[in-house]
Design a protein around this ligand. Structure first.
Ligand code: ADP
Ligand code: ASP
Ligand code: MG
Length: 416
Protein backbone atom coordinates (compact mmCIF):
# COMPACT_ATOMS: atom_id res chain seq x y z
CA UNK A 1 0.00 0.00 0.00
CA UNK A 2 0.97 3.60 -0.48
CA UNK A 3 0.25 5.42 2.77
CA UNK A 4 0.50 9.13 3.43
CA UNK A 5 0.94 9.86 7.14
CA UNK A 6 0.97 13.23 8.83
CA UNK A 7 2.40 13.92 12.26
CA UNK A 8 1.36 17.11 14.05
CA UNK A 9 3.42 19.51 16.14
CA UNK A 10 3.08 17.74 19.51
CA UNK A 11 4.04 14.44 17.86
CA UNK A 12 7.41 15.91 16.80
CA UNK A 13 7.85 18.28 19.74
CA UNK A 14 11.33 17.01 20.68
CA UNK A 15 13.98 14.52 19.56
CA UNK A 16 12.59 11.78 21.77
CA UNK A 17 9.15 12.06 20.18
CA UNK A 18 10.66 12.29 16.70
CA UNK A 19 12.34 8.97 17.44
CA UNK A 20 8.99 7.46 18.49
CA UNK A 21 7.47 8.72 15.24
CA UNK A 22 10.39 7.25 13.27
CA UNK A 23 9.82 3.87 14.95
CA UNK A 24 6.14 3.95 14.03
CA UNK A 25 7.03 4.74 10.43
CA UNK A 26 9.63 1.95 10.33
CA UNK A 27 7.01 -0.52 11.53
CA UNK A 28 4.89 0.28 8.49
CA UNK A 29 7.91 0.21 6.20
CA UNK A 30 8.82 -3.27 7.48
CA UNK A 31 5.35 -4.45 6.48
CA UNK A 32 6.23 -3.52 2.90
CA UNK A 33 4.30 -0.26 2.55
CA UNK A 34 5.48 2.81 0.66
CA UNK A 35 5.44 5.83 2.92
CA UNK A 36 5.15 9.54 2.39
CA UNK A 37 5.29 11.31 5.74
CA UNK A 38 4.21 14.91 6.21
CA UNK A 39 5.32 16.76 9.33
CA UNK A 40 4.29 19.95 11.10
CA UNK A 41 6.76 22.22 12.84
CA UNK A 42 7.81 21.21 16.36
CA UNK A 43 5.09 22.26 18.86
CA UNK A 44 5.02 25.99 19.48
CA UNK A 45 7.54 26.78 16.76
CA UNK A 46 5.15 28.42 14.30
CA UNK A 47 3.77 30.64 17.08
CA UNK A 48 7.29 31.50 18.20
CA UNK A 49 8.30 32.59 14.70
CA UNK A 50 5.15 34.66 14.17
CA UNK A 51 5.79 36.30 17.53
CA UNK A 52 9.33 37.22 16.57
CA UNK A 53 8.09 39.02 13.48
CA UNK A 54 5.29 40.74 15.43
CA UNK A 55 7.84 42.08 17.91
CA UNK A 56 9.32 44.04 15.02
CA UNK A 57 6.05 45.25 13.56
CA UNK A 58 2.33 44.53 14.06
CA UNK A 59 1.91 44.04 10.32
CA UNK A 60 4.90 42.20 8.87
CA UNK A 61 4.97 41.91 5.07
CA UNK A 62 3.22 38.62 4.39
CA UNK A 63 5.71 37.32 1.84
CA UNK A 64 8.52 37.66 4.35
CA UNK A 65 6.37 36.19 7.12
CA UNK A 66 5.77 33.05 5.03
CA UNK A 67 9.47 32.72 4.33
CA UNK A 68 10.05 32.88 8.07
CA UNK A 69 7.34 30.50 9.34
CA UNK A 70 8.00 27.88 6.67
CA UNK A 71 11.37 27.22 8.36
CA UNK A 72 9.57 25.43 11.21
CA UNK A 73 8.70 22.52 8.94
CA UNK A 74 12.16 22.57 7.34
CA UNK A 75 13.63 21.81 10.76
CA UNK A 76 11.20 19.03 11.72
CA UNK A 77 11.27 17.30 8.33
CA UNK A 78 15.05 17.19 8.18
CA UNK A 79 15.30 16.02 11.80
CA UNK A 80 12.88 13.17 11.07
CA UNK A 81 14.82 12.16 7.94
CA UNK A 82 18.08 12.21 9.92
CA UNK A 83 16.48 10.08 12.64
CA UNK A 84 15.22 7.53 10.09
CA UNK A 85 18.71 7.34 8.58
CA UNK A 86 20.25 6.80 12.00
CA UNK A 87 17.89 3.86 12.53
CA UNK A 88 19.02 2.32 9.26
CA UNK A 89 16.16 3.40 7.00
CA UNK A 90 16.98 5.65 4.06
CA UNK A 91 14.78 8.72 3.95
CA UNK A 92 14.67 11.92 1.98
CA UNK A 93 13.15 15.15 3.26
CA UNK A 94 11.61 17.47 0.69
CA UNK A 95 10.43 21.05 1.11
CA UNK A 96 7.37 22.38 -0.70
CA UNK A 97 9.36 24.16 -3.39
CA UNK A 98 11.54 21.11 -4.07
CA UNK A 99 8.58 18.88 -4.97
CA UNK A 100 7.15 21.40 -6.11
CA UNK A 101 3.78 22.02 -4.49
CA UNK A 102 2.47 24.98 -6.49
CA UNK A 103 0.11 27.40 -4.74
CA UNK A 104 -1.64 30.70 -5.34
CA UNK A 105 0.25 33.78 -4.19
CA UNK A 106 -2.07 34.69 -1.31
CA UNK A 107 0.65 34.67 1.34
CA UNK A 108 -0.23 33.12 4.75
CA UNK A 109 -3.35 31.51 3.25
CA UNK A 110 -2.27 30.18 -0.10
CA UNK A 111 -4.20 27.41 -1.84
CA UNK A 112 -2.60 24.40 -3.49
CA UNK A 113 -3.01 24.53 -7.29
CA UNK A 114 -0.89 21.64 -8.46
CA UNK A 115 1.49 19.03 -7.10
CA UNK A 116 4.22 17.47 -9.23
CA UNK A 117 4.53 13.91 -8.01
CA UNK A 118 7.46 12.65 -10.10
CA UNK A 119 10.19 13.41 -7.62
CA UNK A 120 8.30 11.71 -4.78
CA UNK A 121 7.56 8.68 -6.94
CA UNK A 122 11.23 8.40 -7.90
CA UNK A 123 12.32 8.48 -4.29
CA UNK A 124 9.76 5.84 -3.35
CA UNK A 125 10.92 3.71 -6.25
CA UNK A 126 14.47 3.91 -4.90
CA UNK A 127 13.16 2.57 -1.59
CA UNK A 128 13.34 5.83 0.34
CA UNK A 129 10.85 6.98 2.92
CA UNK A 130 9.79 10.41 1.72
CA UNK A 131 9.40 13.07 4.41
CA UNK A 132 7.57 16.20 3.32
CA UNK A 133 7.60 19.56 5.09
CA UNK A 134 3.93 20.36 5.63
CA UNK A 135 2.10 23.69 5.42
CA UNK A 136 4.20 25.16 2.60
CA UNK A 137 4.32 25.59 -1.13
CA UNK A 138 5.70 27.84 -3.81
CA UNK A 139 4.20 30.24 -6.35
CA UNK A 140 4.87 30.09 -10.09
CA UNK A 141 7.33 32.92 -9.50
CA UNK A 142 9.31 30.98 -6.91
CA UNK A 143 8.07 32.71 -3.74
CA UNK A 144 7.54 30.47 -0.71
CA UNK A 145 4.00 30.43 0.63
CA UNK A 146 2.15 28.84 3.55
CA UNK A 147 -1.33 27.36 3.55
CA UNK A 148 -2.82 28.86 6.73
CA UNK A 149 -2.67 27.55 10.31
CA UNK A 150 -3.08 23.81 10.55
CA UNK A 151 -2.11 23.56 6.88
CA UNK A 152 0.00 20.42 7.20
CA UNK A 153 -3.23 18.41 7.24
CA UNK A 154 -3.98 19.89 3.84
CA UNK A 155 -0.51 19.06 2.54
CA UNK A 156 -1.07 15.44 3.58
CA UNK A 157 -4.50 15.04 2.01
CA UNK A 158 -3.47 16.87 -1.17
CA UNK A 159 -0.47 14.57 -1.51
CA UNK A 160 -2.62 11.51 -0.88
CA UNK A 161 -4.99 12.67 -3.62
CA UNK A 162 -2.20 13.51 -6.08
CA UNK A 163 -0.38 10.22 -5.44
CA UNK A 164 -3.65 8.25 -5.40
CA UNK A 165 -2.56 6.85 -2.04
CA UNK A 166 -4.49 3.96 -0.51
CA UNK A 167 -4.80 5.71 2.84
CA UNK A 168 -4.11 9.03 4.53
CA UNK A 169 -3.49 8.89 8.27
CA UNK A 170 -3.42 12.02 10.42
CA UNK A 171 -1.51 11.33 13.64
CA UNK A 172 -2.18 13.76 16.45
CA UNK A 173 -2.34 14.14 20.23
CA UNK A 174 -5.86 12.71 20.66
CA UNK A 175 -7.15 9.28 19.61
CA UNK A 176 -9.50 10.49 16.90
CA UNK A 177 -12.43 12.78 16.26
CA UNK A 178 -14.60 13.15 19.36
CA UNK A 179 -18.16 14.33 19.89
CA UNK A 180 -16.59 17.54 21.25
CA UNK A 181 -13.11 18.82 22.02
CA UNK A 182 -11.93 16.31 24.67
CA UNK A 183 -9.98 19.12 26.33
CA UNK A 184 -13.22 20.87 27.20
CA UNK A 185 -15.68 18.02 27.56
CA UNK A 186 -14.20 15.21 29.61
CA UNK A 187 -17.13 12.95 28.69
CA UNK A 188 -16.63 13.44 24.95
CA UNK A 189 -16.80 10.16 23.04
CA UNK A 190 -14.52 9.05 20.22
CA UNK A 191 -16.39 8.50 16.98
CA UNK A 192 -15.67 5.31 15.02
CA UNK A 193 -16.53 7.04 11.79
CA UNK A 194 -17.93 10.30 10.56
CA UNK A 195 -19.02 11.44 7.10
CA UNK A 196 -16.89 13.84 5.06
CA UNK A 197 -19.74 16.31 5.15
CA UNK A 198 -20.15 16.28 8.92
CA UNK A 199 -16.39 16.48 9.37
CA UNK A 200 -16.28 19.44 7.01
CA UNK A 201 -18.90 21.23 9.09
CA UNK A 202 -17.05 20.36 12.29
CA UNK A 203 -13.73 21.60 10.91
CA UNK A 204 -15.24 24.78 9.50
CA UNK A 205 -16.93 25.54 12.80
CA UNK A 206 -13.86 25.13 14.96
CA UNK A 207 -12.83 21.49 15.57
CA UNK A 208 -9.19 22.06 14.81
CA UNK A 209 -8.38 18.34 14.85
CA UNK A 210 -8.51 18.58 11.03
CA UNK A 211 -7.98 21.70 8.99
CA UNK A 212 -11.05 22.51 6.93
CA UNK A 213 -9.40 22.56 3.53
CA UNK A 214 -7.97 19.10 4.13
CA UNK A 215 -11.47 17.70 4.66
CA UNK A 216 -12.71 19.49 1.58
CA UNK A 217 -9.99 17.89 -0.52
CA UNK A 218 -10.57 14.48 1.04
CA UNK A 219 -14.26 14.76 0.16
CA UNK A 220 -13.66 15.85 -3.43
CA UNK A 221 -11.00 13.23 -4.16
CA UNK A 222 -12.53 10.55 -1.92
CA UNK A 223 -9.34 10.10 0.06
CA UNK A 224 -9.81 7.49 2.81
CA UNK A 225 -8.86 9.54 5.86
CA UNK A 226 -8.14 8.37 9.39
CA UNK A 227 -7.40 10.48 12.48
CA UNK A 228 -5.50 8.64 15.20
CA UNK A 229 -3.00 9.04 18.00
CA UNK A 230 0.78 9.30 17.73
CA UNK A 231 1.05 8.09 21.30
CA UNK A 232 -1.04 4.92 21.25
CA UNK A 233 -2.10 2.18 18.86
CA UNK A 234 -5.80 2.79 19.48
CA UNK A 235 -8.05 2.61 16.47
CA UNK A 236 -8.81 6.11 15.23
CA UNK A 237 -11.74 7.72 13.47
CA UNK A 238 -12.48 7.00 9.82
CA UNK A 239 -13.75 9.91 7.74
CA UNK A 240 -15.73 8.46 4.91
CA UNK A 241 -18.85 8.58 2.79
CA UNK A 242 -22.19 8.94 4.60
CA UNK A 243 -24.13 5.74 5.26
CA UNK A 244 -27.59 4.98 6.63
CA UNK A 245 -26.30 4.45 10.14
CA UNK A 246 -24.88 7.97 10.25
CA UNK A 247 -28.16 9.50 9.14
CA UNK A 248 -29.87 8.05 12.19
CA UNK A 249 -27.67 10.07 14.51
CA UNK A 250 -29.25 13.48 14.86
CA UNK A 251 -26.31 15.27 16.44
CA UNK A 252 -22.78 13.89 15.99
CA UNK A 253 -20.72 16.67 17.45
CA UNK A 254 -20.50 20.02 19.18
CA UNK A 255 -17.87 22.55 18.21
CA UNK A 256 -16.79 26.00 19.31
CA UNK A 257 -14.75 28.69 17.70
CA UNK A 258 -13.18 31.57 19.58
CA UNK A 259 -11.27 32.81 16.57
CA UNK A 260 -13.92 35.07 15.15
CA UNK A 261 -14.93 38.66 15.68
CA UNK A 262 -18.14 40.55 14.94
CA UNK A 263 -18.44 43.73 12.89
CA UNK A 264 -21.66 45.73 12.52
CA UNK A 265 -22.32 48.54 10.09
CA UNK A 266 -25.41 50.55 11.03
CA UNK A 267 -27.72 52.72 8.96
CA UNK A 268 -26.69 51.86 5.44
CA UNK A 269 -29.09 52.75 2.62
CA UNK A 270 -31.20 49.68 1.82
CA UNK A 271 -30.87 49.38 -1.96
CA UNK A 272 -29.61 46.82 -4.48
CA UNK A 273 -25.84 46.48 -4.63
CA UNK A 274 -25.13 47.54 -1.06
CA UNK A 275 -24.16 44.09 0.20
CA UNK A 276 -21.81 43.68 -2.74
CA UNK A 277 -20.14 47.01 -2.05
CA UNK A 278 -19.61 46.04 1.59
CA UNK A 279 -18.35 42.49 1.11
CA UNK A 280 -16.50 43.04 -2.19
CA UNK A 281 -13.52 44.91 -0.70
CA UNK A 282 -13.28 42.40 2.17
CA UNK A 283 -13.29 39.41 -0.16
CA UNK A 284 -10.59 40.99 -2.32
CA UNK A 285 -8.23 40.85 0.67
CA UNK A 286 -8.90 37.12 1.08
CA UNK A 287 -10.84 37.70 4.29
CA UNK A 288 -13.50 35.05 4.76
CA UNK A 289 -16.84 36.27 6.05
CA UNK A 290 -18.77 33.66 7.98
CA UNK A 291 -22.17 34.69 9.34
CA UNK A 292 -24.12 37.61 7.94
CA UNK A 293 -27.29 39.15 9.31
CA UNK A 294 -29.15 42.05 7.78
CA UNK A 295 -32.02 43.88 9.46
CA UNK A 296 -33.99 46.50 7.63
CA UNK A 297 -35.72 49.48 9.22
CA UNK A 298 -38.97 51.06 8.12
CA UNK A 299 -37.00 54.23 7.22
CA UNK A 300 -35.31 52.47 4.28
CA UNK A 301 -32.03 51.89 6.10
CA UNK A 302 -30.43 48.62 7.12
CA UNK A 303 -27.93 47.29 9.66
CA UNK A 304 -25.54 44.56 8.59
CA UNK A 305 -23.66 42.40 11.09
CA UNK A 306 -21.13 39.78 10.12
CA UNK A 307 -18.23 37.77 11.50
CA UNK A 308 -14.65 37.48 10.26
CA UNK A 309 -11.60 35.57 11.55
CA UNK A 310 -10.19 37.43 14.55
CA UNK A 311 -6.78 37.67 12.90
CA UNK A 312 -8.38 39.67 10.09
CA UNK A 313 -10.49 41.83 12.41
CA UNK A 314 -8.37 45.00 12.42
CA UNK A 315 -7.92 44.95 8.66
CA UNK A 316 -11.64 44.29 8.11
CA UNK A 317 -12.69 47.16 10.43
CA UNK A 318 -10.38 49.51 8.55
CA UNK A 319 -11.93 48.47 5.23
CA UNK A 320 -15.49 48.71 6.55
CA UNK A 321 -14.91 52.18 7.98
CA UNK A 322 -13.86 53.38 4.53
CA UNK A 323 -16.88 51.67 2.93
CA UNK A 324 -19.16 53.22 5.58
CA UNK A 325 -17.89 56.69 4.73
CA UNK A 326 -18.56 56.15 1.02
CA UNK A 327 -22.05 54.78 1.66
CA UNK A 328 -22.82 57.46 4.23
CA UNK A 329 -23.63 54.80 6.82
CA UNK A 330 -24.24 55.92 10.41
CA UNK A 331 -21.53 54.02 12.28
CA UNK A 332 -19.37 50.91 12.52
CA UNK A 333 -18.98 48.80 15.66
CA UNK A 334 -17.14 45.62 16.49
CA UNK A 335 -16.64 43.01 19.18
CA UNK A 336 -13.66 40.67 19.41
CA UNK A 337 -14.95 38.73 22.42
CA UNK A 338 -17.47 36.45 20.82
CA UNK A 339 -17.59 32.70 20.36
CA UNK A 340 -19.55 30.52 18.02
CA UNK A 341 -20.94 27.21 19.26
CA UNK A 342 -22.34 24.77 16.74
CA UNK A 343 -24.10 21.44 16.70
CA UNK A 344 -23.54 19.17 13.72
CA UNK A 345 -25.30 16.04 12.54
CA UNK A 346 -26.38 14.39 9.28
CA UNK A 347 -29.64 13.34 10.94
CA UNK A 348 -30.78 16.96 11.19
CA UNK A 349 -31.96 16.65 7.60
CA UNK A 350 -34.75 14.35 8.70
CA UNK A 351 -35.42 15.39 12.29
CA UNK A 352 -37.11 18.49 13.61
CA UNK A 353 -36.85 20.21 16.95
CA UNK A 354 -33.07 20.28 17.08
CA UNK A 355 -32.75 24.07 16.88
CA UNK A 356 -35.36 24.59 19.59
CA UNK A 357 -33.56 22.22 21.87
CA UNK A 358 -30.31 24.08 21.30
CA UNK A 359 -31.87 27.49 22.00
CA UNK A 360 -33.66 26.18 25.10
CA UNK A 361 -30.45 24.68 26.46
CA UNK A 362 -28.54 27.94 26.05
CA UNK A 363 -31.43 29.93 27.56
CA UNK A 364 -31.61 27.60 30.56
CA UNK A 365 -28.00 28.51 31.32
CA UNK A 366 -28.61 32.22 30.91
CA UNK A 367 -26.61 32.45 27.69
CA UNK A 368 -27.78 35.10 25.26
CA UNK A 369 -27.69 34.32 21.53
CA UNK A 370 -26.36 37.19 19.38
CA UNK A 371 -26.51 35.59 15.94
CA UNK A 372 -27.80 32.32 14.51
CA UNK A 373 -26.96 30.55 11.28
CA UNK A 374 -27.94 27.19 9.93
CA UNK A 375 -27.03 24.80 7.18
CA UNK A 376 -28.66 21.51 6.34
CA UNK A 377 -26.64 19.68 8.96
CA UNK A 378 -25.44 22.43 11.32
CA UNK A 379 -26.82 25.10 13.64
CA UNK A 380 -24.48 27.78 14.98
CA UNK A 381 -25.04 30.44 17.62
CA UNK A 382 -22.80 33.38 18.39
CA UNK A 383 -22.54 34.01 22.13
CA UNK A 384 -20.37 35.94 24.59
CA UNK A 385 -16.91 34.34 24.62
CA UNK A 386 -16.93 33.86 28.38
CA UNK A 387 -19.72 31.27 28.16
CA UNK A 388 -17.96 29.03 25.60
CA UNK A 389 -17.12 26.08 27.85
CA UNK A 390 -20.44 26.23 29.66
CA UNK A 391 -22.34 26.21 26.36
CA UNK A 392 -20.38 23.31 24.86
CA UNK A 393 -20.74 21.15 27.97
CA UNK A 394 -24.42 21.94 28.37
CA UNK A 395 -25.18 21.09 24.74
CA UNK A 396 -23.13 17.90 24.92
CA UNK A 397 -25.23 16.79 27.85
CA UNK A 398 -28.54 17.97 26.44
CA UNK A 399 -28.03 15.99 23.25
CA UNK A 400 -26.84 12.96 25.17
CA UNK A 401 -23.62 12.66 23.23
CA UNK A 402 -21.66 10.59 25.70
CA UNK A 403 -23.93 7.67 24.87
CA UNK A 404 -23.51 5.77 21.67
CA UNK A 405 -27.17 5.69 20.67
CA UNK A 406 -29.20 7.92 18.42
CA UNK A 407 -30.95 10.63 20.37
CA UNK A 408 -34.19 9.55 22.00
CA UNK A 409 -37.23 9.71 19.79
CA UNK A 410 -39.39 11.34 22.44
CA UNK A 411 -36.98 14.25 22.66
CA UNK A 412 -36.67 14.84 18.94
CA UNK A 413 -39.74 14.11 16.89
CA UNK A 414 -39.06 12.39 13.60
CA UNK A 415 -40.47 14.26 10.59
CA UNK A 416 -41.05 11.31 8.32
P1 ADP B 1 -1.75 18.72 15.53
O1 ADP B 1 -0.68 19.57 16.11
O2 ADP B 1 -1.47 17.25 15.63
O3 ADP B 1 -2.16 19.14 14.14
P2 ADP B 1 -4.04 20.09 16.60
O4 ADP B 1 -3.78 20.78 17.89
O5 ADP B 1 -4.08 20.91 15.38
O6 ADP B 1 -3.00 18.89 16.49
O7 ADP B 1 -5.42 19.25 16.69
C1 ADP B 1 -5.65 18.35 17.73
C2 ADP B 1 -6.48 19.01 18.81
O8 ADP B 1 -7.78 19.28 18.32
C3 ADP B 1 -6.75 18.16 20.02
O9 ADP B 1 -5.71 18.23 20.96
C4 ADP B 1 -8.07 18.68 20.56
O10 ADP B 1 -7.90 19.51 21.68
C5 ADP B 1 -8.61 19.52 19.42
N1 ADP B 1 -10.00 19.20 19.08
C6 ADP B 1 -10.98 20.11 18.95
N2 ADP B 1 -12.14 19.52 18.67
C7 ADP B 1 -11.90 18.19 18.62
C8 ADP B 1 -12.73 17.05 18.37
N3 ADP B 1 -14.03 17.17 18.11
N4 ADP B 1 -12.15 15.84 18.40
C9 ADP B 1 -10.83 15.71 18.65
N5 ADP B 1 -10.01 16.75 18.89
C10 ADP B 1 -10.53 17.99 18.88
N1 ASP C 1 2.95 24.49 11.75
C1 ASP C 1 1.73 25.03 11.17
C2 ASP C 1 0.84 25.58 12.26
O1 ASP C 1 1.21 25.56 13.43
C3 ASP C 1 1.02 24.03 10.32
C4 ASP C 1 0.48 22.82 11.05
O2 ASP C 1 0.87 22.54 12.18
O3 ASP C 1 -0.34 22.12 10.46
O4 ASP C 1 -0.20 26.08 11.97
MG1 MG D 1 -3.41 20.69 13.42
Amino acid sequence: MLIVQKYGGTSVANLERIKKVAEKIINYKKQGHDLVVVVSAMAGETDRLINLAKQITEEPPLRELDLLVSTGEQVSSSLLAITLHSLGFPAKALLGYQIPIYTTNLFTKAKIKDIKVNKIKNELYKGNIVVVAGFQGVTDKGDITTLGRGGSDTTAVALAAALKADLCEIYTDVEGVYTADPRIVSKARKLKKISYEEMLEMASSGAKVLEMRSVELAMIYKVPLVVRSSFSDAEGTLITEEDEEMEKVVVSGITYNRNEARISIYGVPDRPGIAASIFGPIGEKGIIVDMIIQTTHPDGKADITFTVPRTDYKQAVKIIKEVAKKLKAERVEGDEHIAKVSIIGAGMRTHSGVATKMFETLAKHGINIMMISTSEIKISCVIDEKYTELAVRALHEAFNLEEEIPIKEEIIKKVN
